[in-house]
Write a protein that binds this ligand. Structure first.
Ligand SMILES: [Zn+2]
Length: 350
């Protein structure tokens, strides 16, 4: 490991925490990597952070909360699964408590946005299940039923945020979030993901619809990418774009399956690497005038990798220093991604 891991929290940090036992009712009958034990690991990270946490009380998202993000047809289809169990596709199970858990996760994210706007603190972590970033406007897929981060982004816009940035470092491309904000110039969606890998979207040439060219940012990375590659993608593309876009609300689609320990992917990011990303993102957002930050749990299937990576991210997001690996460019993907976006962002035009 080339990076150091601080063992002390920045002092007097205060965060909002969304967590609820009912998220555990989303449980597959057979073995499934997206399991309730992930929340136990995430709670350990929260406890180890040493922060003062205020709980956000979730309530069920209603149709009016969700219809900005999802189609009526998707919501009706999902509602029909309430109290039932089965499989929506080869990857995506529904248990008897899953639809309620998904509604509660989305409603909890809305409540967190409201709490952030109330101003008690400007940082929150949503430990939600099921995850959300593969859920498109019209369908559930890839373990995801409702798109929690997208619901939060829409609600932040509703509450008056001018520009929302969603940075997605889950190892899979968040095709659902991209789909939902494809033609929305006020919501930046930026993803780093292993390619090729499920769901197969997220090519660097996917840059947004005609009204929002450049506000979809895709950086596909080769299997084996480590802290240094992620650092380079951040320094060359994501951080400059964040500075130019100047979001006033940041959502991190915080999946930790790019961890070197993860069983579902082949990346090599260490906890310290995640900490570095979180700190760099917070520094860039603060400079750009961003007022609120919200981490929304996505994937991450090794329990130790999830716990340690989440902990480092929380610490980094609140100012802990991680020395960071040297920026590492093993191939041409980052340069190519930058060229795909150059005509839409003056910061890349050099
Ligand atoms: Zn994932």
């Amino acid at each position: 490991m080339t990076t150091s891991f601080p063992n002390a929290a920045p002092e007097r940090c205060h965060g909002l925490l969304l967590d609820d036992q009912r998220f555990e009712a989303h449980r597959s009958l057979g073995h499934h990597p997206e399991r309730p034990e992930r929340l136990v690991a995430a709670r350990s990270a929260i406890a180890r952070s040493g922060f003062a946490w205020s709980s956000v009380a979730p309530s069920f998202a209603c149709r009016d909360d969700l219809v900005r993000t999802h189609s009526e047809e998707h919501l009706v289809r999902l509602d029909a699964w309430r109290g039932r169990q089965g499989n929506l596709d080869a990857d995506t199970f529904v248990a008897t408590g899953s639809v309620d858990a998904a509604r509660l996760a989305a409603g909890g994210c809305i409540a967190m946005v409201d709490s952030l706007f109330a101003g008690e603190t400007n940082f929150g972590v949503a430990l939600v299940r099921p995850p959300g970033h593969h859920a498109t406007r019209d369908r559930a897929m890839g373990f995801c039923l409702l798109n929690n981060a997208a619901v939060a982004a829409h609600h932040a816009r509703q509450r008056g945020a001018s520009r929302v940035a969603i940075v997605d470092w889950d190892v899979h491309h968040g095709n659902g979030t991209q789909d939902i904000f494809w033609d929305d110039p006020n919501v930046l969606y930026a993803s780093m993901h292993q390619s090729p890998l499920f769901p197969g979207t997220g090519r660097m040439t996917e840059v947004g619809g005609d009204h929002a060219l450049g506000t979809t940012v895709n950086i596909p990375l080769e299997a084996g990418s480590d802290d240094g590659v992620y650092r380079l993608a951040f320094e060359r593309i994501i951080l400059p774009i964040i500075s130019e876009f100047a979001p006033d609300f940041l959502i991190v689609s915080a999946g930790f399956d790019a961890s070197y320990r993860d069983p579902l992917a082949q990346m090599a990011v260490t906890p310290a690497g995640f900490g570095w990303l979180a700190r760099a993102l917070d520094d860039a957002c603060t400079l750009a005038g961003c007022r609120n930050t919200m981490y929304v749990l996505e994937g991450g299937y090794d329990l130790v990798g999830l716990e340690d990576s989440l902990l480092a991210s929380i610490l980094g997001a609140r100012g802990a220093s991680f020395s960071g690996a040297p920026a590492n460019d093993p191939g041409l993907m980052i340069g190519s991604a930058s060229r795909s976006l150059r005509s839409h962002w003056s910061c890349l035009d050099r």
